[in-house]
Design a protein around this ligand. Structure first.
Ligand code: FE2
Length: 312
């Protein structure tokens, strides 16, 4: 069975430069039913599972609140996500779990063959999320795409232009000065392309296009894929090197206008800089856990003392 069902809406070769939708058959693998997801969660080390909450229909610039689920098994987590306000994600399930990895390797093989993109490395998370949850406005340094499997989800994709995502901001993400969230302004909304996905639909967008996501009124199951290609590696090499030149040499370079023929030199420079002075990871990754999943609490969220949101 082919996992990519068809490319009938757009030619796959346009994936580098345009927002492209296509259909897939991931649901037919049987790996994304409630029972299969419960098993996946049980077979994934808990520290590799992100558990978050947020208000319903979150504003574009609202960060998530991290939590935990002590004593709750996979089936309980799936049930809590169906009933509550949760975002549950085994972050590298598609590469770390042997059953899912087999499917993922096939999928990336098909994607690579159809689009002509040589995939150097790839990883993917499974996302299980409640009705009306979302992902705040951000940009990913790697190539990314979303394969939607169950429920309804709306992706908002913004053009990778300086007025939406500055080179300075991209450099900061690549240099690991900040996480991937970006400053959002309401006037950006007029430039967003809205793509509503049903189960069985996927969307990919050009590298460095900022995006955010809003779930519909139902439980959502999707897979978010990130991968690197020779082209993304060279592009990021330019941003990385220029980021260093801007910060350490007081220069004011621009990355987006760099001629393709020069990119390998930038990439080589970025490799050399990384080897000599690896970026300090200034990003605070250990978010404090502010709630525990509790099937008997409102929205399955039991706030830890001192963290009850006002007005909740
Ligand atoms: Fe993303």
């Amino acid at each position: 069975m082919n996992l990519i069902a068809d490319w009938n809406r757009t030619a796959p070769r346009k994936t580098r430069t345009e927002i492209v939708r296509f259909n897939h058959r991931m649901a037919e693998t049987g790996l994304f039913t409630d029972e299969a997801l419960a098993r996946l969660l049980d077979e994934t080390p808990r520290e590799e599972i992100t558990i978050c909450t947020m208000p319903p229909r979150p504003p574009a610039d609202l960060r998530w609140i991290a939590g935990d689920a002590p004593g709750i098994d996979g089936a309980g987590l799936v049930e809590a996500t169906r009933r509550g306000r949760l975002w549950v994600s085994p972050r590298s399930a598609m590469t770390k779990h042997p059953t899912y990895r087999k499917v993922f390797n096939q999928l990336m093989g098909e994607f690579s063959k159809a689009t002509g993109q040589r995939v150097l490395s790839a990883d993917a998370a499974v996302l299980i999320s409640s009705a009306n949850m979302g992902i705040f406005f951000h940009v990913d340094p790697a190539e990314t795409m979303l394969w939607h499997i169950r429920g309804t989800k709306t992706m908002l994709v913004y053009p990778p232009k300086e007025e939406i995502v500055t080179e300075l901001a991209l450099e900061a993400i690549l240099l690991k000065e900040t996480l991937s969230d970006l400053p959002w302004r309401p006037e950006m909304e007029s430039q967003a392309v809205s793509v509503t996905l049903k189960g069985g639909e996927a969307v990919s967008w050009p590298i460095h296009s900022p995006h955010r996501v809003l779930n519909g009124d139902d439980l959502n199951v999707s897979m978010s894929v990130e991968f690197s290609t020779p082209r993304s590696m060279l592009t990021n090499g330019v941003f990385y090197t220029n980021g260093i030149l801007r910060r350490r040499a007081g220069m004011n370079p621009t990355s987006r206008g760099t001629a393709d023929i020069l990119k390998p030199a930038y990439w080589a420079a970025s490799r050399a800089i990384k080897a000599l002075a690896p970026p300090k990871n200034n990003v605070e990754r250990a978010h404090d856990r502010r709630f525990d999943v509790d099937l008997s609490a409102p929205w399955c969220i039991k706030w830890r003392p001192g963290y009850e949101p006002q007005g909740a």
